[in-house]
Design a protein around this ligand. Structure first.
Ligand SMILES: C[S@@+](CC[C@H](N)C(=O)[O-])C[C@H]1O[C@@H](n2cnc3c(N)ncnc32)[C@H](O)[C@@H]1O
Length: 441
């Protein structure tokens, strides 16, 4: 299982692209029927292992989208410097061409070609740029030119391990000068332990994007790098000028595995409940600055409600004083059986405006729990092939305590091997109550 997850992470950029591209297109299509995708370092389309590269993924997704909505139109632009790769790519992409999916392959150097392309792309048509080099990306001036245009956004692969090797190498100085568009980087403190963080933060500061979101990808076992499981291979950084774009990307990045995430996270008008469970090791080393950056986005997105759920209640309390608790952030702890009731006490000491308990998966009876200060209770059973059963009397006991203490009660599901079949009725009724403060608002 772990092996599989890590392997998946090594393909993170493709998983993210595959999920983000159609989501991006679907959001924009209500106002923009024509959309542009530019793959600046396109490759040959397929890996030697037979797996699809970014061009084929995007071309396939564009085809699927127009199948469902014939009014959409895509211009897919691929730039590849290597002649053989460009020829192979053209061959690979032939079968994806449609009237509504126009495909262009350019055998060019992106550093020169993209600035020329920008002159030709209509200003108001949304365009998504994927920058995925082996080493240095497009230069910051070119990146900033892209972002200065309306409705343009970038997913950039910052190849830290390659750039890191270059930083102290005098022979690579010219290349780095070109990447930043100036020599100021030489005055920065990129030394030892802080080197990586400082460099990435510096790079991000040079980019004129209102929002950015970075996701760190470590080496996978198949990379066979000594100590690689703790070392950064690359960062995927999303740059955009619309909050909605960055929130969407966050949701997408979160679903591929908790490289850095402690919290289950959901951002939705429909208050979708997330129930993913990161492992303890993953939870141990989440840097505080990462959690803070997530909170900053949630603080700004006041029109959305965020349900944040954790098992690490001690850590939650520890960091809670450094966070801003706007009313759109509902903070919860998981309590699976009476051994974990102590988590509620930690939650209650935080300044969170809305506090909830998620008794899910409920695995044993709970006869009492602290109720003062609790705004909401969710109960649900375990689901999946080895699901452990949840007894009705356990649910009813929690329901009774909620009623006695005037706490809104949400019954999510019975769970079990077939959770759909088992449904979510309790005594013939669906319980979908929400925190009162929310209702009044
Ligand atoms: C990491 S690979 C791209 C993989 C591809 N994005 C994918 O996911 O399948 C980088 C590609 O960029 C090409 N390349 C390198 N320098 C380039 C440049 N200046 N302009 C355009 N392509 C370049 C390389 O030949 C290589 O095929």
């Amino acid at each position: 299982m772990k092996e599989y997850r890590l392997k998946e992470v090594s393909k993170a950029k493709h998983i993210i692209l595959e999920k983000y591209f159609p989501a991006w297109a679907r959001i924009l299509k209500s106002k923009h029927q024509t959309l542009i995708y530019v793959d600046c370092f396109a490759g040959s389309g397929r890996y030697s292992s037979g797996e699809e590269g970014s061009p084929l993924i995007v071309a396939r997704k564009a085809n699927e989208l127009i199948e469902k909505d014939k009014s959409m139109k895509f211009y897919l632009i691929f730039v590849e410097k290597n002649k053989k790769s460009a020829q192979e790519l053209e061959k690979q992409l032939k079968s994806y061409e449609r009237e509504n999916v126009k495909i262009f392959v350019f055998n060019e150097d992106s550093h020169d070609f993209v600035p020329e392309l920008l002159e030709k792309i209509p200003k108001n048509i949304p365009a998504f740029f994927f920058i995925d080099p082996y080493g240095h990306p497009l230069s910051i001036p070119v990146i900033n030119k892209i972002l200065s245009m309306q409705r343009k956004e970038i997913l950039l692969n910052l190849m830290w391990y390659a750039i890191n090797m270059h930083l102290n190498n005098p022979k690579a100085e010219q290349t780095i000068n070109r990447m930043f568009g100036n020599t100021d980087w030489k005055n920065q403190n990129f030394i030892r332990k802080e080197r990586e963080n400082n460099f990435v933060e510096y790079f991000i500061r040079q980019v004129n994007a209102k929002y950015n979101f970075k996701f760190r990808i470590r080496f996978s076992p198949e990379d066979k790098v000594h100590g690689g499981e703790n070392r950064t291979k690359y960062y995927l950084i999303h740059f955009a000028n619309h909050e909605r774009a960055i929130l969407l990307m966050k949701e997408v990045m979160w679903t591929i595995g908790d490289e850095e995430g402690t919290f289950d996270y959901s951002a939705s008008h429909q208050e979708i409940l997330f129930s993913r469970t990161p492992t303890v090791e993953q939870l141990e080393d989440v840097p505080a600055h990462f959690i803070k950056s997530v909170f900053e986005v949630m603080n700004r997105a006041k029109h959305l409600t965020f349900q944040v759920l954790t098992k690490r209640s001690e850590r939650l309390l520890e960091i809670s004083k450094e966070l801003e608790w706007t009313e759109n952030i509902w903070m919860g702890v998981s309590v699976e059986n009476s051994n974990y009731i102590y988590r509620i006490n930690y939650l209650l000491q935080t300044p969170a405006k809305i506090k909830f308990i998620s008794f899910e998966p409920l695995l044993g009876p709970i006869y009492e729990f602290p109720t003062k200060g609790i705004d909401w209770v969710i109960v649900g059973g375990e689901s999946g092939p080895n699901a452990r059963p949840m007894l009705k009397e356990w649910v009813m006991e929690i329901y009774r305590i909620c009623r006695e203490n005037n706490i809104p009660f949400f019954f999510k599901q019975w769970g079990g091997v077939s959770k759909r079949k088992n449904g979510r009725e309790l005594n013939g009724k669906i319980y979908e109550e929400y925190p009162y403060a929310k209702k009044q608002g």
